[in-house]
Design a protein around this ligand. Structure first.
Ligand SMILES: Nc1ncnc2c1ncn2[C@@H]1O[C@H](COP(=O)(O)OP(=O)(O)O)[C@@H](O)[C@H]1O
Ligand code: SF4
Ligand SMILES: [Mg+2]
Length: 388
């Protein structure tokens, strides 16, 4: 006989626990709309108040020295004459249930890092150890990677470009489940409805096409699709950058709620520190393919240790208009340099107001300066930088 646990698992909600042969009798009915709906259908089943055995603060992903060099090829023979070092040796961890903000100006290598983690492009070197199984995703073949693709999903920046205009919402959200054969028939339809409701859309929206929706609603469709296979980790690549400011807050709130509801972990990519301020537990700041500062979010915003972080923070608007008027906005001159020809020494030195001779000659290593704070700057011990 099919048990409630099987039903929930078959609904594609708690496969992880089923795989681990965990008992489902202590699943909270309020865990998700899917669970609640099924609870309704199985009223006779007794639930207790205990939590699902979700282990928080365990490491979900450990990225070690990830590099992605794009070869520059020239001539008829397409000889490699150099490399664009888009990601140049970054390391960080993501805990379960945590959001890591990955921030830096355009061209710093954030998207490339995200695409490598999903194995959409092959990394040049490095490892990314994933899950309790401690599997190095960087070493897997295309075929071996298949089961892990369900567990890591991506939300893209541009909801206009990432949704197929010729597919209905039901087809878009249902496609991953159809392709992976996790659902079919009415179970698939029920799951699509539950997913749409969990992102604030209505079941009537199923038969409509993406063009009938606003930018914010389209991003909600993209989020529902990303949730379809119950991922553990979502790489959100500038998910609100293309949206109006008023809609940005709604989508950020939705992502924060979904994180709690489904115990998700996020790598949240943004070019602007204000976007990730409230959603991030920790923030990594990237500059020209390298992490220059990584810290818990509160410390980073209040007392940045790297001049580049300070400059990004100075662009975060303050709620108090008087404080906003008085604070200094640090203008960063020029653009991020070409990663195929990075500056000598500290890559940030041509734009840094605190640069000295050593900065032009020696590249600073990322080093631990306090608990949970790492920074790559020769002068971080003596500089007194401005936070929010
Ligand atoms: N397929 C590619 N071939 C060559 N260079 C690339 C490719 N993709 C990205 N780059 C370069 O890598 C750098 C980082 O790009 P990207 O990861 O998109 O940065 P971000 O997302 O931070 O804006 C940029 O200089 C970009 O031009
Ligand atoms: S090492 Fe020098 S140039 Fe680089 S951020 Fe620190 S002070 Fe600025
Ligand atoms: Mg990008």
């Amino acid at each position: 006989m099919e048990t409630i646990a099987d039903t929930l698992c078959d609904a594609g909600f708690t496969q992880t626990y089923k795989d681990k042969k965990c008992t489902m009798t202590n699943l909270r009915p309020d865990l998700s709309p899917v669970a609640s709906e099924l609870t309704e259908r199985h009223r006779e089943t007794k639930w207790n108040d205990a939590q699902v055995p979700i282990v928080k603060n365990t490491k979900l992903l450990q990225v070690n020295d990830l590099r992605k060099y794009f070869p520059i090829q020239k001539g008829i023979l397409q000889r490699t004459v150099g490399y664009v070092k888009a990601v140049d040796g970054i390391s960080f961890d993501v805990n379960r249930g945590e959001t890591l903000g990955l921030v830096g100006e355009s061209g710093c290598g954030k998207t490339t890092a995200g695409r490598c983690l999903l194995r959409l492009i092959p990394p040049t070197s490095g490892s990314f150890i994933f899950g309790e199984e401690q599997v190095d995703l960087a070493k897997l073949t295309h075929r071996e990677m298949q089961p892990f693709r369900k567990r890591i999903q991506m939300i893209f920046q541009d909801p206009h470009a990432s949704l197929n205009p010729r597919m209905t919402v039901a087809d878009i959200v249902g496609e991953p489940m159809h392709v992976n054969r996790t659902e079919k028939g009415t179970a698939l339809q029920d799951r699509i409805v539950a997913l749409l409701e969990s992102v604030g859309l209505r079941s009537q929206d199923m038969r409509r096409y993406p063009h009938a929706f606003s930018g914010g609603q389209r991003q909600r469709i993209g989020i529902a699709r990303a949730l379809a296979l119950q991922p553990e980790l979502i790489v959100a690549d500038e998910p609100v950058s293309a949206l109006d400011v008023s809609v940005q807050a709604q989508i950020l709130n939705l992502l924060a709620e979904l994180r709690e509801e489904f115990n998700l972990s996020y790598i949240f990519i943004a070019h602007d520190l204000s976007v990730v301020e409230h959603i991030s537990d920790r923030v990594a700041v990237m500059y020209l393919g390298k992490i220059v500062e990584i810290s818990d979010a509160e410390t980073l915003y209040e007392s940045p240790k790297h001049p580049y972080t300070e400059a990004l923070i100075s662009a975060v608007p303050l709620p108090d208009p008087n404080a906003q008027r008085e604070r200094e906005h640090i203008r960063l001159e020029g653009d991020v340099p070409d990663p195929s020809q990075p500056p000598t020494g500290c890559y940030f030195h041509p734009r840094c107001r605190y640069a000295t001779d050593i900065c032009k000659q020696e590249t600073p290593e990322l080093r631990q300066v306090a608990q949970d704070v790492q920074v790559a700057c020769h002068h971080s011990d003596t500089l007194e930088l401005q936070g929010v």
